[in-house]
Design a protein around this ligand. Structure first.
Ligand code: PGA
Length: 241
């Protein structure tokens, strides 16, 4: 695991954006694994700026998002589809057909999960996966558990996740209790991974991810077994290392 400690959120975002842009410049038809949440917002802003300045072209990339809330329609403002469109996709030249986000309202959700993994595999696999991390060490919506879930699956969200995501909703009762998430194998099959974290509330999770024992109770700890992971954190998130 490579660790890059930066001064603040802005630097973290710029560093992540330049890694993503380099990937796309070197391989214009890259398969990007994308994340939602507060953490990557600055990175998306930087990438939009680079696109507007003619530094990066998304016309050939294909994207796969990590997860989506279960039972929420695409046009709902809380959906990750809506988030991606409004924070990134509508400002760049990625092709609509090249965007993949799990369908949280699929009639047969099990089949949707199988199809999602199949689509990733058929694309040739994710070249670079962006990850945030939950305060409980989750990646995607792979919550602490007694074992690792390998494939894309339906998950029951952890109490801590529901509490931390409540800030995006009018009340905690509105936070969905389930989500569709890529599994650990899907994530670990990515050729490169960058994990971003900022703020003191992530310090514990970062310490356990990098220095703790590999355990499904801290899902991100499995990244210790991947051979190309870069962790970019601000000083606060690195404070327990
Ligand atoms: P955040 O979420 O970026 O909103 O802190 C990260 C995560 O839960 O993976």
């Amino acid at each position: 695991m490579r660790l890059i400690v930066v001064d603040n959120y802005e630097e973290m975002s710029k560093k992540a954006a330049s890694i993503m842009a380099s990937q796309i410049i070197l391989k214009p038809e890259s398969i990007l694994g994308l994340a939602t949440g507060s953490t990557p917002l600055g990175m998306y802003k930087e990438l939009i700026k680079m696109y507007n300045d003619g530094e990066v072209d998304f016309s050939q990339v294909r994207t796969f998002n990590l997860d989506e809330y279960y039972g929420i329609r695409r046009d709902n403002e809380q959906s990750y589809y809506y988030y991606m469109d409004n924070n990134f996709f509508k400002y760049i030249n990625v092709k609509e057909d090249n965007i993949n986000i799990p369908n949280g309202t699929a009639e047969d959700v099990e089949q949707e999960c199988i199809n999602y993994d199949k689509r990733i595999k058929e694309s040739g696999g994710i070249d670079i996966q962006v990850l945030g991390i939950g305060v409980n060490g989750h990646i995607g919506f792979n919550e602490p558990d007694v074992n690792f879930e390998a494939q894309t699956h339906l998950v029951k969200l952890d109490k801590k996740t529901i509490e931390s995501n409540a800030r995006f909703f009018n009340s905690i009762e509105e936070v969905p209790v389930k989500a569709v998430s890529m599994g650990m194998k899907t994530i670990m099959n990515s050729k490169k991974i960058i994990l971003l974290a900022n703020g003191i509330n992530k310090a514990d999770a970062i310490e356990k991810t990098m220095k703790g024992k590999i355990s499904p109770e801290v899902p991100a700890s499995i990244l210790q077994l991947h051979n190309d992971v870069t962790i970019i954190v601000d000083k606060a998130a690195a404070s327990k290392l």
